[in-house]
Design a protein around this ligand. Sequence first.
Ligand code: TMP
Length: 239
Amino acid sequence: MTRGEKLYEGKAKILYATEDPQLVIQYFKDDATAFNAQKRGTIVDKGVVNNQISVHLFQWLEREGVPTHFVKQLSDREMLVKRLEIIPLEVTIRNIVAGGMAKMLGLEEGIVLKQPVFEWHYKSDALGDPLINDDHIFALGAATAQELAHIRQQSYRVNDVLKRYFAQRSIDLVDFKLEFGRCQDKILLGDEISPDTCRFWEQGTKRKLDKDRFRRDLGDIEAAYQEMLNRVIGAPAAR
Ligand code: TMP
């Protein structure tokens, strides 16, 4: 597969065309942004680590029955994916209070939720990805009721699979963000799953192993990303 024209450049990734109109190359950059790109920086080799973590987790999710856009890894920083018509929604699932939920509801970070909290956000940098509900989505014409039901079900499945996967590696999956897209008559999980898009806390120590180290200037960012890669590709702890 050869890299064709640049189709889109986002904050952390670039999409390139290929000779097959159904397939695109997703290239992972080292650029990091936070707070709607008000804070910018570089995390050395983040692109390599996030590509590998995403490859591994997409393969695992496929095995567990969640269809994704992933086709194959092409290089250190590139994966081949199916071309999606991205639905302009971001799904967040939270298992433990942190970040936006702590702020919005005035809660302490670290409260374990009795059940996962599911959120829709409208994917718009200009608006800061606002929290919205189903009615807003219909008003925007962004997706149908049937599509929302399907995405919700798939997202909970992702949560179940990944929570278990990370628990076996002594990591709490605090929360994460997913994006979905249309591909012919199917809806596939897209984007990436990485320390940029999830919160990971080491069990016991609660050490943060994700982008909060960058957002909050906690230091040791590269080491945290590398540690997550080692956990993801490592064997599960015997239980
Ligand atoms: P939040 O607590 O800031 O709303 O973030 C919830 C989860 O979503 C967290 O795991 C980080 C991820 N996330 C993204 O992937 N992209 C974003 O733009 C934001 C704000 C959060």
